[in-house]
Structure formats: structure tokens, C-alpha cells
Write a protein that binds this ligand. Structure first.
Ligand code: ADP
Length: 267
């Protein structure tokens, strides 16, 4: 009769409700775990440079301040530590925005060749310190116009070239090239002949805080967020990022971009 039907419907409704709630709770639990892990990573990343700065300040206070020879050295190191903290916090800020999907792209048409050149100009000193040459491999010196968020792509190029310098061998080469891909796409490659990355790491490389060398003795400080930021930006553009690498041979990071209509580009 109608009463049993009603009861059945009611039961089903209750079950459905419970199922939905369970999913909701599961999602919340995953999100909570993710949040905890993120916070754990963040405090870990901040701790090292903070302790460094604290160490130098204490050394200065404990007497080094009176020693004309060393005080400048210690102050310089403390300043470096603070600089590093600022970089990490900037990256954290950016990754948070990217992850909550709060990223607004400013689409414009610009010359990617010129952008690569300006990234090289900014990083020339850094490369020179390791005697690494920055090379732009292009048959054509004509402009290649792409459509993308220029500032964000500058960030992508900067992160990739900085990594190639950080993980490149001294006296090595970082090469950037632009090539025509299918139809209206170009592919930009950043290649180094540095230490390379073992295969088992390649799939996880773009995760935030993921590092091949986890030891605290890493010479090269970074936030561990560089490649995660790169991946987010490229995916926000609906483009693709690739990595190929061989240990002791080098790495190649590449990403695609859309050519602006009517741009001749390279062949
Ligand atoms: P980090 O701040 O540690 O450089 P990234 O997200 O930029 O963080 O890179 C993650 C890890 O990927 C690095 O710690 C390094 O182990 C590896 N890696 C990135 N780029 C290169 C490269 N060009 N050559 C070798 N290893 C690289």
C-alpha cells in the first residue's frame, strides 16, 4: 500500500543522504590532511633560513659585532637569509593563489623572443657566477608573437632558467629555443647539460615541495615550489609542460604556447 512505498522512499532518501554526507566527510578529511601536510612543509621550509638568520644575529650580539673583519660578513649572510625567506613567502603566496583557482590571466599578444632575451638579461649575472652561458637557439631573429599572460610566462621562463643554472654544471650551457609545433602552437625548450634527474623522480617533480635531493645539505636553496608554479601557470593557459632528463647528461623542460594569429614564427 501507499504507506510501505512511502517508507521505502524515506529509507532511500535517508540512505542517499548518509552516502552524500559520507562523501562530504571523506572530502573534508582529505582536505584536512592536505592542509596539515602543506602547513608542515611550509614551516619546515621557513625554519632553515630563519635559524640561519638567528644564528648570525646571535653571533654578532655575542661579540662578533666588535670585530670589524667579520661583522660585515655575518650581516651579509643574515641579509641573504632574509632574502631567501622573502622568496619563499612570495612563492607560497603565488602557489596559494594558483591552487585555490584564484589565478586571473591577463591575455595579451607579445614577442616571446624578446621575453626570453629579457629573462636572460636578468639572469646573466647569476649564470656568470657559475660560468654558465645562456644561449638562445634561433635561426630567425624575427619576433614570434604568442598569446598568453606575459608576466606569468616570464615567471615560467625565469623558474626554468634559474633551475638550469642551479642544477647545471659549472661552465655548462643553458639553451632556450622556440620551434613551431602543430598548427598554431610553438614549443619552448629550456635545456641544460647539468646533473640531470633520475627517472623515478620525473613523475613527481612538479609536486610542490618535491625535491630530488632531500638532504638538508643542499647547496641550492629554493622554495621547492618553482616547478609546481610552472605547471599551474602552463595548465591555466590550457597548455602542456614536459620534462626529459638523463642523470649526468642534462635536462630539458619544454612547454607549449599559442601563436598569435598571423604570426609567422619559426619554421
Ligand atoms: P627547488 O626550489 O628545489 O629548485 P623546484 O620545484 O624548482 O624546487 O624543483 C624541484 C626539484 O627538481 C629540484 O629540487 C631539483 O631536484 C629538480 N630539478 C629541477 N630543475 C632541474 C634541472 N634543470 N636539473 C636537475 N634537477 C632539476
Amino acid at each position: 500500500g501507499p504507506i510501505t512505498t512511502d517508507l521505502r522512499t524515506l529509507n532511500e532518501e535517508i540512505e542517499n543522504f548518509a552516502r552524500a554526507k559520507k562523501i562530504e566527510i571523506d572530502t573534508l578529511r582529505i582536505r584536512e590532511e592536505y592542509r596539515k601536510e602543506f602547513l608542515g612543509n611550509v614551516s619546515h621550509e621557513l625554519k632553515t633560513p630563519l635559524f640561519t638568520v638567528q644564528g648570525y644575529i646571535h653571533t654578532l650580539l655575542d661579540g662578533a659585532l666588535d670585530d670589524k673583519k667579520v661583522r660585515r660578513k655575518y650581516l651579509n649572510r643574515a641579509a641573504k637569509g632574509v632574502e631567501r625567506l622573502i622568496y619563499i613567502i612570495k612563492d607560497l603566496d603565488l602557489i596559494t593563489k594558483l591552487e585555490v583557482g584564484d589565478l586571473h590571466l591577463e591575455w595579451e599578444t607579445f614577442d616571446i623572443v624578446e621575453l626570453i632575451q629579457s629573462v636572460f638579461d636578468l639572469l646573466e649575472m647569476k649564470a656568470a657566477r657559475k660560468e654558465i652561458s645562456l644561449v638562445f637557439d634561433m635561426e630567425y631573429t624575427t619576433p614570434i608573437y604568442v598569446r598568453a599572460d606575459k608576466e606569468k610566462i616570464q615567471q615560467v621562463l625565469t623558474n626554468l632558467v634559474v633551475n638550469s643554472i642551479k642544477y647545471g654544471y659549472p661552465k655548462g650551457t643553458t639553451e632556450v629555443s622556440v620551434e613551431n609545433l602543430i598548427k598554431n602552437k610553438v614549443i619552448i625548450r629550456v635545456t641544460d647539460n647539468g646533473e640531470g634527474i633520475a627517472e623515478q623522480h620525473l613523475t613527481r617533480l612538479f609536486e610542490r615541495f618535491y625535491r630530488v635531493d632531500k638532504s638538508g645539505s643542499r647547496k641550492e636553496g629554493g622554495s621547492g615550489l618553482g616547478l609546481a608554479i610552472v605547471k599551474h601557470i602552463i595548465e591555466a593557459h590550457n597548455e602542456k609542460i614536459y620534462v626529459e632528463s638523463d642523470v649526468d647528461v642534462g635536462s630539458e623542460f619544454s612547454f607549449t604556447l599559442e601563436k598569435a594569429k598571423g604570426s609567422p614564427g619559426p619554421d
